[in-house]
Design a binder for this molecule. Sequence first.
Ligand code: ADP
Ligand code: MG
Length: 365
Amino acid sequence: KYVKLFNFSNDMIEDKPIRTEINELGEFGLIDHLTGAYETTREETRKGIGDDAAVILSGDHAFLVSTDMLVEGVHFDLTYTPLKHLGYKAITVNLSDIAAMNALPAQVTVSIAISNRFSLEALEELYSGIYLACKRYGVDLVGGDTTSSQSGLVISVTAMGQTYPDQVVYRSGATEGDLLVVTGDLGGAYMGLQILEREKAVYQSNPAIQPDLAGNDYILERQLKPEARIDIIKEWAKLGIRPTSLIDISDGLSSEALHLCKASKLGCRLYEEKLPLDATTIRVAEEFNLNTTTCALNGGEDYELLFTISQEDYDKLRNHPDFTVIGHMTEKVEGAHLVTQSGTLTPLQAQGWNALTSQNQPGQK
Ligand code: ADP
Ligand code: MG
């Protein structure tokens, strides 16, 4: 059995004639390929892979669990990321996935892989951000793991929450004619990243030049220290709104809208003129010669919520400052499109960052 154990060539499938490169599949293609045929077997596993969090029934409660990993050089760049913010963000991006099931988060675990490049003081900074987020969101840190790394810092967080089974909102619940609504504004986190990358390049070419970040606090904070929209879960309860489907915007509006369409077996139409943009995002996009629509559609990392409601609920949120109706769900055959300002239809594309292509950039998921 162990005649041929060592594999010095380090070719993982030496005996097979074909080697498929994982970047041919992309992130979602890869997850689909590895898990698509897998079926859960336990009765209490209400939802496994394929939504923002898994849903596990326990007594008359639904227990939610979601995990996300942040890797140095892929998701963050320590040249411009304060460790305290990083700790904070590692927690909030995970809480966002619990919110994306219409539930309140309650506990987190935090696992880190570190090298001796990090001092105790640096890790204390990281944890001060973790504790700040825990305090602000009322969640408990209940465990984790600490190990060493030879290639940068890795932070993996698991978030848990609870609600009643009939309160859980899945990606799959939308019906034709439902309105598509988004919270907050879009594209800011991406523009914040552009500023940080620009100033990093300037600094690297001449360390005597101090980074110029003035006037961009809003978008820098959107990138470095995002919040989870837990407030919205409470707001829906107050307004008597129950979304029919729900997802958080981590990869970009296009990508997430396509997830809702796929899970709900529908198409959708978004209106360019409705996309909510902050004034700073618009100004900086112009500075960079970037199209604001592209930033809003594909920027990612805004951690806002994208959801659908039935048309009867429209009056409950029509003038609410947190919500913007940006489109509606259609029959599947109509596909998923953006209606531009000039009235033409362009297909939505999941250009949200692809974890496995060569163009990955720090700060993008
Ligand atoms: P999100 O952006 O909401 O964090 P992801 O896009 O990371 O979600 O993942 C999509 C779904 O695939 C989730 O249900 C997640 O739990 C699942 N998933 C991702 N990677 C793996 C993996 N390696 N093994 C099993 N399930 C995975
Ligand atoms: Mg999510």
